[in-house]
Design a protein around this ligand. Structure first.
Ligand code: CP
Ligand code: NVA
Length: 308
């Protein structure tokens, strides 16, 4: 019977916390949870959820994942907890980790997430920061693996802002040695430290490309991925970003330059006629809701690996 392997790092703050082997193990475990060929119990374990930003998929997939493992979650709304009134992270982390078995945190600064992890005695999981969205990247590569089986045949093109989702795709792509192309407007390139780290990790050094031309990036690609132009916390930049991202909409013309069997991914929520057209979003090659479902199986696999 397949068993989760305990992860070397006790926290999951970044894709960099995993080795390539651990990513493959989590994908395999998640597929087994999905196929219902695995029944692992973490009875009475409690996951605390601290979400400073809105969430549908991440919050609910963690809740259902814990429930399927026989445990439970506590949703700690920062507005009704003392953290919202300025209680320091280091105090909150020391208290909550005495009650909970793990904490999943969605916040703005990666350094705040790291502060939680430094003071928590239990595993801390990145449920999205401005820098990374590593749980999302695992579900994305699970979806890609279901479609193509062999990562060496994959060219993944991300069209949009080089922030959290793109950064985690880059790092996970580097661990798995998958060709990743990022197309973004000038000034919206991925974090340079992430690019540097990814280039160190890649075995094949030619697999990571960043361009300001979406047509160059999609040529022959078999996975096209996009994300919102204005991320959570950037509401006041919406008009400016809508202008800056003109020409970066994933529409049928752009899709026609990719491989003819290219699949379409989107982490959601999606804004039609901004980053993606309704036609492409609803097209038969979209795997967007399979990708969203896989968030659940990945959370189960991740929790099982962290709590083992
Ligand atoms: N993709 C994603 O993280 O969705 P939520 O913001 O709804 O959690
Ligand atoms: N880049 C988006 C991802 C949402 C899942 C954001 O940070 O809002």
């Amino acid at each position: 019977m397949l068993k989760p392997n305990k992860l070397v790092n006790s926290n999951f703050l970044s894709c960099l916390d995993l080795s390539a082997e651990e990513v493959f193990d989590i994908l395999n475990l998640a597929q087994n949870f999905k196929n219902k060929t695995l029944n692992i119990e973490f009875k009475d374990k409690v996951l605390g959820l601290i979400f400073d930003k809105s969430s549908t998929r991440t919050r609910v997939s963690f809740q259902v994942a814990m429930s399927r493992l026989g445990g439970t979650t506590i949703d700690l709304n920062p507005n009704t907890a003392q953290i919202g009134r300025g209680e320091p992270i280091k105090d909150t982390a020391r208290v909550l980790s005495r009650y909970c078995d793990a904490l999943a945190i969605r916040t703005f600064k990666q350094s705040d997430l790291e502060e939680y992890a430094n003071w928590s005695s239990k595993p801390v999981i990145n449920a999205l920061t401005d820098l990374e969205h590593p749980c999302q990247a695992l579900a994305d590569f699970m979806t890609i693996k279901e479609e193509f089986i062999d990562f060496s045949k994959v060219v993944l093109t991300f069209i949009g802002d080089g922030n959290n989702v793109a950064n985690s795709l880059i790092l996970c792509g580097a661990l798995l040695d998958v060709e990743v192309r990022i197309a973004c407007p000038k000034g919206y390139e991925p974090n340079p430290l992430i690019l540097e780290r990814a280039n160190e990790i890649y075995e094949n050094k030619n697999l990571l490309k960043v361009t300001n031309d979406p047509y160059v990036a999609v040529s022959g690609a078999n996975v096209l991925y996009t994300d919102v132009w204005s991320s959570m916390g950037e509401e006041s930049l919406k008009e400016e970003k809508d202008n800056d991202f003109a020409g970066f909409t994933v529409d049928s013309d752009l899709v026609s330059k990719a491989d003819k069997n290219a699949i379409i991914l989107h982490c959601l929520p999606a804004y039609r006629s901004k980053e993606i057209t309704e036609e492409v979003f609803e097209g038969e090659n979209n795997r967007i809701f399979q990708q969203a479902e896989n968030r659940l199986h990945i959370q189960q696999a991740l929790l099982a690996s962290l709590l083992s």
